[in-house]
Design a protein around this ligand. Structure first.
Ligand SMILES: Cc1cc2nc3c(=O)[nH]c(=O)nc-3n(C[C@H](O)[C@H](O)[C@H](O)COP(=O)(O)O)c2cc1C
Length: 202
């Protein structure tokens, strides 16, 4: 599938994709520092910065615990990542000195992850978001309190060759496409595509 943008954008956005073949090489602290620093500067409601990141790298005490949270199909490839990062978000924030629910805790954690992914790519590292894991087990095994939502796991790694990847994933090891903007952007209400001419052209 093509990764040609329909409208002009920085190539960063089409260059980011989610491979499954990773080399498993060690990720330098400097890469993590810079990627997390980019995540840190994401926008968030009331600047609450609800994101939290739990990190494990191969060989570290909790690495096998992290891998064990993944559904078996995801373990097949993500066990060769250089880091697994669990993204949490704080459900509450401080509002005028009081603790109050933060309705956008997940939304804002998503913005932070996007920053992380793009910054990692700029450093030559790929990310792959993972929703296929046992959130309850993560909470239990890692003592995550209920006031944090368990959002996703991110696999971070350098792209490896196909030989190291389970054959069932070979066919999907290529950047995918996107539906046209006409199906995502609407003028005022959902029944009124903002760019119908683009859909007609597709
Ligand atoms: C929150 C989230 C959960 C995902 N869960 C999985 C997963 O469990 N297993 C998997 O192989 N890919 C997973 N993905 C990867 C998506 O399928 C992928 O991002 C999507 O197809 C778009 O492709 P791209 O990232 O290569 O542009 C997930 C991505 C996100 C953002």
């Amino acid at each position: 599938m093509s990764r040609i943008a329909d409208f002009p954008i920085d190539p960063l956005f089409t260059n980011r994709w989610s491979p499954r073949s990773f080399t498993g090489e060690a990720v330098p602290d400097a890469v993590l520092h810079t990627a997390f620093e980019a995540a840190r500067w994401a926008p968030s409601a009331m600047n609450a910065q609800p994101w939290r990141f739990l990190v494990a790298r191969p060989g570290e005490e909790l690495w096998e615990t992290y891998v064990g949270l993944l559904v078996p199909r995801n373990q097949l490839w993500a066990a060769k990542a250089s880091a697994l990062i669990i993204i949490l978000s704080a459900r509450d924030l401080d509002y005028r000195g009081e603790r109050a629910p933060n309705p956008s805790h997940s939304f804002d954690a998503g913005a932070a992850w996007a920053n992380f992914a793009h910054q990692a790519l700029l450093l030559g590292w790929h990310t792959h978001g993972i929703g296929g894991f046992d959130k309850g087990a993560a909470r239990e095994r890692l003592n995550i309190p209920e006031d944090f939502a368990v959002e996703a796991i991110i696999a971070l790694g350098r792209r490896g060759d196909l030989e190291g990847l389970d054959p069932q994933f070979h066919g999907a090891e290529t950047p995918n496409g996107r539906r046209p903007l006409s199906e995502s952007v609407f003028a005022g209400t959902l029944d009124n595509p903002a760019f119908p001419q683009e859909r007609d052209a597709a």
